[in-house]
Ligand binder design. Structure first.
Ligand code: SAM
Ligand code: SF4
Length: 360
């Protein structure tokens, strides 16, 4: 078996190398984190970029087996924020120099939903003198819809593959046309074709997931040549079908630490992409996102969802920041980032460097 120093000295990595990095413990883990931090600062700098997150609706037509807002969860009160509430949150982001927002929701594809998002995009651009950058995270859509939303002002899109192993994908999704692995892949291709900066990612520590699966996920990101990535620990939710496998899960602390090693390893594999410090990290460790920023992530998404809705956008148990309003959330985030030794890229979109290198 290769020594960690040997692997870290390489500039390309085999699946076995990646597994070696993902298993790093003790002194090896320290070396991995040191290297990923250095690499991050060299390739994308010390700045952390804010994306104000607006979870504007929890109405979803899908039934992903892990997700707390899945269609069949009867315990959830379904909401749709009003235009005014969404625009207020975006105005807050703009006035506080966040430069970008993420609009996220359950997945719907009705003409009314598509029109609504389209209208919101135009209004957000208008209210901010065209200055706010907009990322969407609204699931699988047609080519026509992606194109239309792009023309109305969105320029980045997040769509996690959740797992690149088709067998595992079908263990965490119902087996039907509405939850097709091929359609997910096709949606990622369509997003690339229609000109978005494309972000994907996986959950770490899922039931049935192996180290080899995770190494393959990393190779999948490389092969798809993605621009952005968001990976967070899988956290069980008691009102979901996957909850029945909770006793077979690794501890939350293990899932947390493995997510950090995934982020660090990805920074070495794809040094110039944007990597988000996912909110789910903070559900396990109060300083979780800052720890991710310190070892390779460079994007953070302060929650700007109106407080009354947050408890209804509970994807997993113990989701953090449920009762902080936007102002408090911002202050707490600023302090945390400074503690983590980074600076905030105010007034900058902080686009993926990788995207621009590819488009040249
Ligand atoms: N509906 C859109 C979609 O699925 O792409 C966007 C919203 S969805 C709630 C955003 C992400 O939440 C998913 O991609 C999934 O990875 C994550 N998520 C859902 N349930 C989770 C859980 N139990 N633990 C951790 N992450 C979860
Ligand atoms: Fe809906 Fe997204 Fe949750 Fe799946 S992960 S149930 S698509 S909100």
């Amino acid at each position: 078996m290769k020594k960690i120093q040997e692997i870290l000295a390489q500039d390309s990595f085999s699946k076995e190398d990646l597994i070696g990095l993902l298993n790093a413990e003790g002194e090896d883990r320290t070396l991995l984190f040191k290297e990923s931090q250095t690499r991050k600062e060299k390739e994308v700098g010390k700045k952390v970029f804010f994306r104000g997150l607006v979870e504007f609706s929890n109405i979803c037509s899908k039934d992903c087996l892990y997700c707390g807002i899945r269609k069949s969860n009867q315990y959830v009160f379904r909401y749709e924020a009003t235009d005014e509430e969404i625009l207020d949150a975006c105005l807050f982001a703009w006035k506080n120099r966040f430069a970008s927002v993420v609009l996220q929701s359950g997945e719907l594809s009705s003409p009314a939903f598509v029109d609504r998002v389209d209208g919101l995009l135009k209004k957000i651009k208008q209210l901010s003198n065209n200055e706010l950058g907009i990322t969407l995270s609204c699931g699988e859509q047609s080519r026509e819809t992606y194109l239309r939303w792009k023309e109305s002002g969105a320029h980045r899109y997040l769509l996690r593959i959740e797992s690149s192993n088709q067998d595992l994908y079908y263990k965490i999704h119902p087996k039907n046309e509405r939850h097709s692995f091929d359609r997910r892949l096709e949606a990622l291709r369509l997003l690339r074709e229609t000109g978005y900066q494309v972000g994907t990612g996986v959950m770490v520590g899922l039931p049935f997931q192996t180290m080899e699966d995770l190494a393959n996920d990393l190779l999948f990101f490389k092969e798809m040549d993605i621009d952005m990535c968001g990976m967070g620990p899988y956290i069980e939710h008691e009102h979901t079908p996957l909850f029945e496998h909770k006793d077979g899960l690794k501890t939350r602390q293990y899932r947390f630490d493995l997510t950090l090693r995934m982020i660090a390893t990805l920074r070495l594999l794809m040094p110039d992409i944007n990597i988000a410090a996912a909110t789910a990290l903070q559900a396990i460790d109060p300083a979780g996102r800052e720890k991710a920023l310190a070892i390779g992530a460079n994007v953070i998404m302060p929650n700007l969802t109106p407080c009354d809705y947050r408890k209804e956008y509970k994807l997993y148990d113990d989701k953090p920041c449920m009762d902080e309003d936007a102002e408090l959330c911002k202050n707490c985030m600023e302090a945390r980032i400074e503690i983590a030794g980074s600076e905030i890229g105010y007034d900058e979109w902080g686009d993926s460097k990788h995207f621009f290198k590819r488009s040249k």
